[in-house]
Design a protein around this ligand. Structure first.
Ligand code: HEC
Length: 150
């Protein structure tokens, strides 16, 4: 069993609703490592993102109906940005911790906090490894880049 910190208390109601909807898997990152492929962007995407954004990132995941705003199509990120893959913006959007400080109005889970919590659990509750958080977000962005329509 995973033990939960009172992390949801500062994520706010939308994030809590997401948890109650069962969007997030209950197994932790560390437990999954033996399965192989863990830690790759593709693996994390299937585990954490495809429920809302769809297997191929087209915004057609099975959980998207519960949202007040549909999960965006992630295959047109470059197209919508004048043909340039918006790597730096994505880093901030996926992490989400910076946005959270400004306003808590967000339906997508705050992945920076989530990955940080998992990193902390890997270390048995010691201080979390920020490097792990950044590496996983970068791997996700690399995977998103492979989904871009020409
Ligand atoms: C609970 C459903 C849900 C899950 C799970 C989810 N997202 Fe999202 N995502 C959204 C919604 C809704 C938005 C629109 C902004 C908002 O309301 O937060 C969004 C926005 C985004 C954007 C911004 C797109 C743009 O055009 O600016 C990116 C990038 C993104 N998500 C990536 C991810 C990644 C990577 C994961 C997995 C680690 C993920 N999402 C998991 C619902 C979700």
């Amino acid at each position: 069993m995973t033990h939960w910190r009172p992390i949801w208390s500062f994520l706010g109601a939308p994030a809590l609703a997401v948890v109650l909807l069962g969007v997030l898997p209950s197994q932790s990152f560390s437990q999954d490592e033996s399965a192989g492929g863990a830690g790759t962007g593709e693996h994390d995407f299937r585990l954490y993102c495809s429920n809302c954004h769809g297997e191929g990132g087209r915004g057609d995941g099975p959980k998207t109906f519960g949202l007040s705003e549909p999960a965006p199509d992630l295959t047109g990120l470059s197209l919508r940005n004048g043909g340039v893959f918006p790597r730096e913006r994505l880093q901030a959007v996926i992490d989400g911790r910076e946005t959270l400080k400004n306003h808590g109005d967000r339906e997508m889970p705050v992945w920076g906090l989530w990955f940080k919590m998992e990193a902390e659990e890997d270390l048995g509750g010691a201080e979390g490894d920020e490097g792990t958080v950044q590496r996983r977000i970068t791997a996700l962005i690399d995977f998103l880049e492979t989904l871009q329509s020409p």
